[in-house]
Design a protein around this ligand. Structure first.
Ligand code: 7TS
Length: 411
């Protein structure tokens, strides 16, 4: 789809988000997005009129809370093309979802000498759980690298996978490079080798249409807070046969059928993975966020983000001494522009930009091995949402253009 950005739409889109204003350019959307009024209202409404502990009570309010919570599960299932809402497990975030798979699947089904294959562009959340699972089971952790354009080629993937590979874990959209990986192809290759494919959808689910059935991934993890919903609610999608054979991850209330002195019989999926009181308000907020995304439409979201990325990249590329990590093509970046400026530490970039009310991220973006792969220690990152504007990009570009001068460099 070609990108379309119409300045005339800015005010209407932004008016849905109470926190957005003309003073501050919020360009850290890969870290978390802002919340529209309808999401805030839905959470408020849940606590004003529906709140009780779901799944426990037999009285009307608890039944209403349960219906709200389970309704949200169905909305999530439909949104990502899962066959059944039982395949949706509510967690706190992507990190917890990935840990659930690493603890419950990897530690129980991997053996010494098995291989786990991940990519060099993984967020630490899709790296450290596998490092730990490998240590615990004697499995071997292997990496597939991307090239300097941020692309993982089919050849590189086929060279890295073996018949010993039992788990492939990969992000669909890199939080540093913006690259979208060909998850559908890689999942098919993983299956040919008898491996399962765990997809980190933290950055893809908010920005591009994702259908887990079409991608044929075995697991998909994502966070509500990166897609306009409250913090503290996340999702793990899993294939039924896998979820059914996995043991629970957290033991306690809400996840049992019956308990005797020395043993317990666990609930069916998804509840066996949702020990303890759940985040029903968060789930209701996530449902409202999904409705909001569906109302705006991925056509609009993608078109604006694509156009804004093109504008931002064209302008940033013209700034002397500024280098963008990864692909030189805007269409590969999906709103994520990570850069370095010769002679200026990324933390200084972020502090100076903050003094001009331009919010960007600086550091390793929880991807230290990827930083080393690109021979950098730390970088600055602007990450866009469809609610950003060309004016905000101009403020970013203007600020970074002046940086070296302000720091005493002569050219
Ligand atoms: N995976 C990817 C690809 C991510 O970008 C992030 C968070 C996570 C997993 C973890 O998500 P969480 O909700 O469990 O924290 N990424 C970022 C980021 O780029 N800046 O701050 C958080």
């Amino acid at each position: 789809m070609s990108g379309v950005y119409n300045k005339a739409d800015d005010a209407k889109i932004r008016s849905a988000f109470p926190i957005l204003n003309d003073e501050t350019a919020y360009l850290d959307n890969a870290a978390t997005t802002q919340k529209p009024e309808c999401v805030i209202k839905a959470v408020e409404e849940y606590y004003r009129s529906l709140n009780a502990n779901p799944l426990r009570g037999l009285y009307k309010l608890s039944v209403a809370a349960t219906e709200a919570y389970e309704g949200a599960r169905k909305t999530v299932a439909d949104f990502i093309g899962a066959g059944d809402s039982d395949q949706i497990i509510f967690t706190r975030n992507t990190t917890e979802s990935l840990n659930l798979v690493a603890y419950s699947y990897a530690r129980n089904f991997l053996h010494e000498g098995d291989e786990i294959l991940i990519s060099i562009m993984e967020h630490h959340s899709n790296m450290i759980p596998w490092q730990q699972a490998a240590k615990a089971t004697g499995a071997v952790l292997k990496y597939v690298d991307c090239d300097k354009q941020g692309k993982i080629s089919r050849e590189a993937f086929e060279a890295a996978i073996t018949d010993k590979t039992k788990i492939v874990a990969m992000t669909e959209l890199s939080n540093v490079l913006g690259t979208v990986n060909d998850v559908k192809t890689f999942a098919a290759i993983a299956h040919e080798h008898g491996a399962i494919f765990v997809c980190d959808g933290a950055q893809s689910v908010p920005h591009i249409p994702v259908n887990v059935t079409d991608l044929d991934v075995d697991f998909m993890a994502f966070s509500g807070h990166k897609m306009y919903s409250p913090m503290g609610i996340g999702v793990l999608y899993g294939k039924k046969d896998l979820l059914e054979k996995m043991p629970p991850f957290l033991f306690g209330g809400e996840m049992i059928d019956s308990v005797s002195r020395f043993d317990a019989k666990f609930s069916e999926i998804p509840h066996k993975f949702e020990g303890g009181t759940v985040n029903a308000g968060g789930a209701v907020g996530l449902e409202a966020a999904i409705r909001y995304i569906q109302n705006i439409g991925f056509d609009t979201i993608e078109a604006r983000e694509k156009a804004l990325t093109q504008i931002a990249m064209d302008k940033l590329k013209a700034v002397p001494h500024l280098h963008i990590l990864g692909s030189d093509k805007p269409e590969d970046h999906h709103g994520i522009l990570t850069f370095t400026i010769d002679g200026v530490h990324p933390h200084d970039v972020a502090y100076i930009l903050d003094s001009q009310n331009v919010d960007i991220r600086a550091g390793h973006h929880c991807a230290q091995p990827l930083m080393r792969h690109f021979d950098v220690f730390s970088t600055s990152r602007a990450s866009l949402s469809f609610y950003n504007t060309e004016d905000e990009i101009d403020r970013l570009v203007d600020a970074v253009s002046k940086l070296r001068g302000e720091m005493g460099f002569k050219d």
